[in-house]
Design a protein around this ligand. Sequence first.
Ligand code: NG1
Ligand code: ZN
Length: 533
Amino acid sequence: SLPLQAIKSLSELHQKPSHLRFQYGTAGFRTLGSTLDSVLFRVGVLAALRSKRLDGRTIGVMVTASHNPEEDNGVKLVDPRGEMLEASWEAHATVIANALTTNDLLDALDSLVRTLKIDLSKPARVVYARDTRPSGESLISALQDGLKAIGAEARDAGITTTPILHYLVKAINTKGAKDSYGEDSEEGYYTKLSEAFKKLVAGRRRLDPLIVDCANGVGASAAAKLAQYLGDSLTLRLENTSITTPGALNHACGADFVKTTQKLPPSLTDHLRPGQRGCSLDGDADRLMYYYLDERGTFRMLDGDKIAALVAAFIVEQVKLAGLSDEIKVGVVQTAYANGASTKYLAERLPVKCVPTGVKHLHHAAEHYNIGVYFEANGHGTVLFSPATQEKLATHEPSTPAQSTALNHLINLTQLINQTVGDALSDMLLVEVVLAHKSYSGVEWDSLYADLPNRLVKVVVGDRNAFKTEDAERRLVSPPGLQTKIDDLVRKYEGGRSFVRPSGTEDVVRVYAEAALKAQADELAFRVAGLVY
Ligand code: NG1
Ligand code: ZN
């Protein structure tokens, strides 16, 4: 049975603020860091129960609020294969987090154990990590109390990136197996990525140094370590590495700043020369945005859609060169936020699917292809190779030296890419590989297609739950009548497209619009926002 006494006495030290309601959303629990103490304690207990339910396989816990402000924090669970928590457990997490008193918590846990038939005699194994946020340290000790209360075997992965924690979870759970994901250590991660990178760029002209904006977050230490493993195969110039300066995290820098303002972080003005490539990570290094300044000094952004286009085209080409086009089908997954021009470019070349916002939707849809490329426009994404495809690559007999080379490239890509989750550092190396192979600078990459001007605005409404969508969030079904009004407006704009959906992470409704001209995209967004308000 549950160790009620231990849970009870430790839970008293981590009482739930009575006036707050927590929700396990698309990014786990995420809110002001100072309010999350009870949530972390309970997540510790829950992670252990999830592990027991899965026969003692290791569960991950990541404490981060990603690109959000420094005072925010959050926590999410990682399933044994390194993927997001199974959807049905999101509701269990919400129930456990909202139990009012310690006794209510014990009742909720007991009922969970009974309904899910959790065998409490099974071992519980959990690995956890956090980003650089100041609130992280005390939240980790609340988590540790939860793990201790239920007697879990816990492993502290320290301060690291979200994708490294996902990597560790998968590596731990595949240790010693035929499909081992790699050494279950940070060193194992850096070694795996850097060795695959070196093989993929061997014999090619060295790329110019790359400027990396680390968002003053955990990506700074990870990128510095990665740089050591890369040696002279790629030079990284790290900027915004002030991880201990109060207030610096994600402030006027990082991938989210770049995507939402469509501007160069001011701190990079003196560092990025025209034509030079730069990129920004977010606060937990799972999102990536590229950019460069053209010859007139104008900022040119290369977002998640541009990364998807670059990478998908390259993989299709390598599959063809390997002589495997008939057997291996490549597909792309996007959300409604993908730039219309990117969808057009991709759909002319390969199957493209649109799914609702949220990594879990993209990830699951990408699993349906032999090789699935998924990226959100904001720079979160990865490439998945199905188990059968990996097997095919490992066993296929090439008939020419050219086929053999392409086959090896594909095998090395399976090693370079962090297939558990979007990973800014792994994606950055992937982009660099393609640029090296194609001898592209930012200019050639950028010219794959021209972005349609677009505008994203937030609208604070009385009740965002009144907004219900269909067709992968591209159309509103409620409030009634609103979609017709949006359609009428959109028709007035050349190349116009607009949609409205409630945010899953903030208490707002988002309005997206694009049109042939920038001023029109802005106008359309604001007029649609006017309808919503
Ligand atoms: P919401 O708040 O549901 O729009 C945002 C991002 C998502 C995803 C999640 C999780 C946009 C428009 N939305 O979701 O793409 O990254 O956060 O972090 O960028
Ligand atoms: Zn992030």
